[in-house]
Ligand binder design. Sequence first.
Ligand code: TYM
Length: 328
Amino acid sequence: MKRVLSGMQSSGQLTIGNYIGALRNFVNLQHLHRCYFMVVDMHAITVPQDPAALKEQTESIASLYIAAGLDPNKASIFLQSHVPAHAELGWIMTTLTYMGELERMTQFKDKSAGKESVGAGLFTYPSLMAADILLYNADLIPVGDDQKQHLELTRDLANRFNNRFGEFFTMPEPYMPEIGARIMSLDDASKKMSKSSPNPGSYIAMLDEPAVIRKKLSRAVTDSGREVKYDPQNKPEVSNLISIYSHFANMSVAEIEAKYDGQGYGPFKKDLAEVVVAVLEPIQERYREIRKSGEIFDILKKGAAEASELANETLLEVKKRMGFVLPS
Ligand code: TYM
């Protein structure tokens, strides 16, 4: 059995990109491995957050985890800020990270581009992410394609630590869906679908009403042709919609292409909305029940206690190896 860890930032609503790229795999992996899934609220504050919105988003994402099928008896589900070892190992990892490594991170370059003042936390973000992973000595990290570079840095930091202080950290591997590791915007297939986009028409939030989902998908940009064919190079918009369809309908790309052969985009886009709604509507219903019951707080308490046990043990060993005087 392997150890699995991942997280999502509470910096907005989850989109179907988060679902396809990561959350679906969280749900699958919980049956196979020892899993730790958190909401990374400490990462969310690397850009300014309104306190009321941060609280709401954090509770909302944790509840969506459960609504989407995560089982607190199979996986530990918790908030990053409830396990202080993350902040502590995060600092230690920052001291092992080179400025040049952080400067090369494309997520930092994207998020800081054109901004007059950029928080130092946004810059050191990947060191905290490395700590998240290494605290659990995780083997598999279910993420979308945009996190690959952060994972490479995590491996470099693990290696650096092991070389200096003795073999200790496991090398984590990304775990990504074959297609759909990078779901693109509905209005521009050269951009990643993102919950922080200012244009809500560019993404489908997991909590969008069915009528909104239908409208957004009917307006999704396509090329001027009519062939439903998976060809990311030449038909990026339609290929993106096929990826979404494939995940929500559990159909292969070939099956989808065959189904819409010669029919044009109209029927394809209409059915796409229905397959997305068919999966999201029951999740939304469960979500509302979970929010009403308040059960999430007990789940998070149990998850944090389970996560702390392993995280504190790792942190203690790291400190011992580095020469910290441990409390007696
Ligand atoms: P975040 O919150 O931006 O996204 C959460 C997860 O969703 C994936 N994702 C996507 N996958 C496919 N297509 C998309 N358009 C798309 N948008 C987002 C992301 O790849 C991610 O897996 N740094 C992380 C959070 C994090 C983390 C960790 C992840 C902090 N510590 C430790 C794993 C392990 C982030 O910003 O994800």
